[in-house]
Every structure is written in C-alpha cells, then in structure tokens.
Ligand binder design. Structure first.
Ligand code: DSN
Length: 427
C-alpha cells in the first residue's frame, strides 16, 4: 500500500516510516493509545475514503450507496451485538463530537450538565471551562474525594439534588477504578435527569465483560473506538430505542456532514475482532498487567491515586517524589517510554504542568507483554525517577527499552527502528 506513497511522496513516506519505527521502538504507555490490527489498518486505508454517504443506510442524499449501506449496517449490527444495545450510531467523527451529540440529543442550550471535574479525571468535553460544552450548556461538576481519589456517590447524589442538572455524565478519562453506572442511573432517575455515560477508555473492557456496562443504566452511551476497543480513531453512540431517532438526527444533519466511511468500515472490522475469545483474553491481560504494574510501582514508593487500579490505567501522584509531571514524562520519553503528564485530584498546578503522570497497559498488552515485563517497566520508571537529571542513566534505560521492544514486536507490522523497510504496511 505504501509503495505508491514512497514513489510519489518520499518525504511523507519517510515520515510515516519514522513514526512506525517510533511506535515499534518505544513502550507506549499512554492509556488511550493502542496498535490496531493489519485488518483494521487495511480497512482504514481502503477506497471507502472516496465515498460521500450523507444520511443513513436506506436514506442517503447521494447515489452510489450499494456498498456503503451494507457496510454501515454491518457496523451498526456488530456494535449492537457486542454492547447489547438497542441502537447504535457509528458516524461520530470522534469522542468529542459524540459527547456533544449526546448532550444535544437530550438537553437544550443553557441547560445544566454535570460531569467530573477535569483535575479529578473528567474529560474536557464533560463541561470543562476550556471546552465549547461549557459555553453551550451551564456546566457544573462533581469531584472525587481528594483523600481517597474515589467517587463518592452519596456526595454526587447530594450535589445532583441541589443543582438539578438536565444531564449527569459518568465515565472518565483518568479514573483508575470501577464505576457504578447503575448508581449513576438511579441518581439521575431520582432527580428526573438524563444519564450520559462516556466509556471511551473502558469500552474494550466493557465488551469483554470485565467492567459493568452502562448500557442498561444510561440514556446514551458514548465511546471512542480506538482505545481499549482497539479500532480506528472514531466515535460511536449507543442508546435505547426511545432515543434512537433523536440521536441519529443530532449526529446528522445536526452536527456532521458526510460520515467517514473508511473509518466506519474499520470500526466494523474492529467490532468483529472484539467479538472473539481472543479479545476477551487480551482485555483480561490488560487489567492483569495494569494491576501488576501498579503493585510494583507502589513497591518502589510511587503514590498511586486511589492506591491502585481496577482497569487499564494508572495515575501516579508525583508530589512525594518532588518531580513535576512534565519533567517526568519528558525524561521517560527520552528513554523511549511514552506517557502523559496529567493532573491529579486536588492538583493546584496548571494542567500544562501538573503533578501527575498517566500510564496504561492496552498497547504493551497488544504486543504480548505480560506480568514479567510489567516488572521491568516499573523498574525502568523507578530508575528514571531516581535519576531524573542523569542523562547517562536515561540513555541506559533507553537501550534496555529498545531491547525489550525488539523481543515483543508489534503484531503484523513490526520494523526495527532505524532500518529501511520498503513496504511496512503492505502484505
Ligand atoms: N485524549 C483522550 C485521552 O487520552 O484520554 C481522551 O479524549
């Protein structure tokens, strides 16, 4: 596939090759990232990128939909099956617009939405100050308990009764523990609010039955498709039949034009992959790996928000180490360990230079790494923290990481960093 690119645009070809080498030659611990399969990659790069398909299967605004209708229907049916949902809309371009469409389906401009505050692990689009969601809606927020790092459902209920939001949002971007979606559903019902659940991070775990599903307890469930679900970059909405029409209308024509059919095609492929025993085993290993990594990090004296993890994600509070999050993530990056700096509950520092570090195990688990390798990764992170200004140690860890990566190639499209590979993505 890339041979034409190499010929016609060697500059971009070379940059893609470099990015592929970076991805295979580093430990990618950003919890929202993963490696898709060759099949998903093929679908993403297919001729479906050429097609406009405004509307929905059977009701389009352009001709030539003989195949697109079938593909989108397959994607919808697969989504309904794996998530046990009445209705699925696979058109949102991303999680952000999926969330906006969920709110716009259930609330009007100026209504109150209530989500978890950014520094507690909520997402920007859950009503955070910098997001358009806080300008369209009146945004209120709950927090985690700053001592435990955990959601306090009684407090959330009290706040909901006081503020009477139109929508309560559950589901987070940096929360390492299980979420009681049923309780959120009850709180919302009690005050006559809608419940929107954003499971972008944990959707793969939900499909695998490792986390309670919000589908029975939420009016609309929103997710991205590229995190633990391991599909292409995209978004999706799931809901009960009663909201199906308004959700569809809000996505198109409400917020979007033509759906990205190549992405929808790849989502269909990823959903078939997720509907397998292998995927369930993969998801189980993600959680086992995260738990092991968390244990080892704590043995090295790292403070973890909430004292550990139940899912794929670990949030390290670096304050006891005296290392700012950004300094740590940059040092790790120099050692080929890719993470992201993150706020921690009660963080008074700026989100651009906060006191935490967020890591996770979906991508390294895709490479086949298991508990033993988590021990090594914890040792690497510890070594960097202890030698944050020592470039010789960082360089030594860099070499060890490269060795580990070479032992766990990225399935199906591994290339050695620095080596010339002619067609890394072609079969
Ligand atoms: N940017 C994603 C994450 O890293 O969690 C959320 O949208």
């Amino acid at each position: 596939m890339l041979s034409a690119l190499e010929q016609y645009d060697p500059q971009i070809y070379e940059l893609i090759r470099q990015e592929e080498a970076r991805q295979s030659g580093s430990l990618r611990l950003i919890p929202s990232e993963n490696y898709v399969s060759r099949a998903v990659m093929n679908a993403t790069g297919s001729c479906l990128t050429n097609k406009y398909a405004e509307g929905y299967p059977g009701k389009r605004y352009y001709e030539g939909q003989q195949v697109t209708d079938l593909i989108e229907t397959v994607a919808i049916e697969r989504a309904k099956k794996v998530f046990k949902a009445d209705h699925a809309n696979v058109q949102p371009y991303s999680g952000s617009v999926a969330n906006l469409a969920a709110y716009n389906s259930l609330a009007s401009i100026g209504d109150t939405i209530m989500g978890l505050e950014l520094s507690s692990g909520g997402h920007l689009t859950h009503g955070s100050k910098g997001s358009i969601t806080s300008r369209i809606f009146n945004s209120a927020s709950y927090t985690v308990d700053p001592e435990t790092g955990l959601l306090d459902y009684d407090e959330i209920e009290k706040l909901a009764k006081k503020l009477r939001p139109k929508i309560i949002i559950s589901g987070y971007t940096a929360y390492p523990r299980k979420i009681d979606f049923k309780r959120f559903g009850e709180i919302a019902k009690e005050i006559g609010a809608f419940h929107v659940s954003d499971i972008a991070h944990i959707s793969g775990l939900v499909v695998a039955g490792l986390h309670q599903s919000p589908v029975p307890y939420a009016d609309i469930v929103s997710t991205t498709t590229h995190k633990t679900l391991r599909g292409p970059r995209g978004g999706m909405l799931l809901c009960k039949e009663e909201h199906a029409a308004v959700v569809n209308k809000t996505v198109f024509p409400g917020q979007q034009g033509g759906p990205h059919m190549h992405t929808i095609t790849a989502i269909a492929v990823a959903l078939a992959e997720a509907d397998t025993v292998e995927f369930i085993e993969y998801a189980k290993q993600i959680v086992k790996n995260a738990k092991r990594l968390a244990e080892k990090l704590m043995e090295y004296g790292f403070n973890l928000v909430s004292g550990g993890t139940d899912n794929h994600l670990i949030l390290i509070d670096l304050r006891n180490k005296g290392i700012p999050g950004k300094k740590m993530s940059k040092a790790l990056d120099r050692a080929r360990i890719v993470s992201n700096f993150n706020t921690v509950p009660g963080d008074t520092a700026s989100p651009f230079d906060p006191n935490g570090l967020r890591i996770g195990t979906p991508a390294v688990t895709t490479r086949g790494m298991r508990e033993e390798q988590m021990d090594e990764i914890a040792r690497f992170i510890h070594a960097i923290a202890e030698n944050i200004d020592n470039e010789a140690v960082i360089e030594k860890v860099n070499r060890e990481v490269l060795l580990l990566c070479s032992q766990f190639p990225v399935p199906d499209h591994f290339i050695l960093p620095g080596k010339k590979v002619l067609h890394p993505l072609s079969s």
